[in-house]
Write a new protein. Sequence first.
Length: 240
Amino acid sequence: MPKSYKICPVSHFDVARFSENPYKLKQQLVIPDVPPPPETLIRRSSDVVTLEDFGSFIVEHERVVKQWGRINDTRFSEFIRKAEISAYFSPVRELLLLCGKKDDILDFCRVAAGSHELSFSTITIDMNALLAKLRDVRLAWFKYDDTQIHASALAGQHIETTRPFKESLVQGDISTLSFYLEDAAGIAHPILVTSDGAVVLQANYAERAAELELVLQVKQGLLDGIYSSVLNRRRTTVAR
């Protein structure tokens, strides 16, 4: 099953705050007889990753989902979704990798903004610059500022050399690129990268450390120097 890792440069991460006991981010006063609002809990994970100085954490994140539904005779127009996000932090690299469902991670990034315990950025990748580094593109998604066509996809081998790809590149913006990446042993791995800074591993791996190594290889070999960081705390953009 594919796994998605969102790349987040870190400016502050108070590791001492997080132990095996869940720590509530942005604690709020609880009013008696009133259900608590969505909460975010962070704790250390028992799943230790043996890679450099990476520490493993679990983020238990809740968010409101507006959707009509029913539980027996009780009807509702929204509910609180509970999600679990795996987080891996390296103090030396000043890097946080978040693994989970995209919507849950994006909401966690929004909620975590301005917290005292951690401060990190999300990134936006220059996909044209990434395209120039790749030898063979297998899949590409394009998005358009068009009232009728919002997105389209092309798949195949060396699609970057085809006329439809070049026409789409003129008319729209690349949002996703899929390709193969060779590791140090010469093994090719199917990788997908999105413009909002997610690296998706499209093969299965026995160890989490192997997954993180591939994500780091993509970041160092392809993404460093071609992304901009969006600071969660101040909502400003810093060019890299």
